[in-house]
Design a protein around this ligand. Structure first.
Ligand code: HEC
Length: 100
């Protein structure tokens, strides 16, 4: 039988699970983006070049720049590019692993 006694603990359980999963999902995306930057973007130039632009440029600029890098030869899928752009837009200046 479904009644308040089963629904409320059930909902509380779901909320707890979501609270646990959401931040981990985000942290995983971030570390994936971080290692893409250090592996793929650092193939041609130091990440210092990227570090210098943190917090100085908007999403449009990062997207344009990432697309230019792909034209130059950066091996990234459109999804990986979007992930990196989102990551770099949000990243605080001076943050590892982009800055040392
Ligand atoms: C195939 C080589 C290559 C790869 C891979 C590469 N870049 Fe570049 N990058 C360049 C070259 C060449 C320049 C200098 C010429 C220019 O700005 O287009 C540059 C310049 C830059 C600049 C300075 C732009 C400016 O206007 O000052 C940034 C920021 C940058 N790259 C970010 C990235 C990011 C982020 C990635 C990964 C998504 C990446 N690069 C991957 C070759 C590459």
């Amino acid at each position: 039988m479904i009644n308040k006694r089963t629904i409320i603990p059930g909902l509380a359980g779901i909320v707890l699970i979501l609270m646990f999963l959401l931040p981990t999902g985000r942290a995983m995306e971030e570390s994936k983006a971080g290692s893409l930057v250090t592996k793929t973007c650092a193939a041609c130039h130091s990440t210092e070049r990227i570090c210098k632009k943190l917090d100085k440029q908007d999403r449009k600029w990062w997207n344009k720049t990432a697309e230019r890098m792909i034209k130059r030869g950066a091996d990234l899928t459109p999804e990986q590019k979007d992930l990196i752009v989102q990551y770099l837009v949000d990243l605080a200046p001076g943050s590892e692993p982009v800055c040392h």
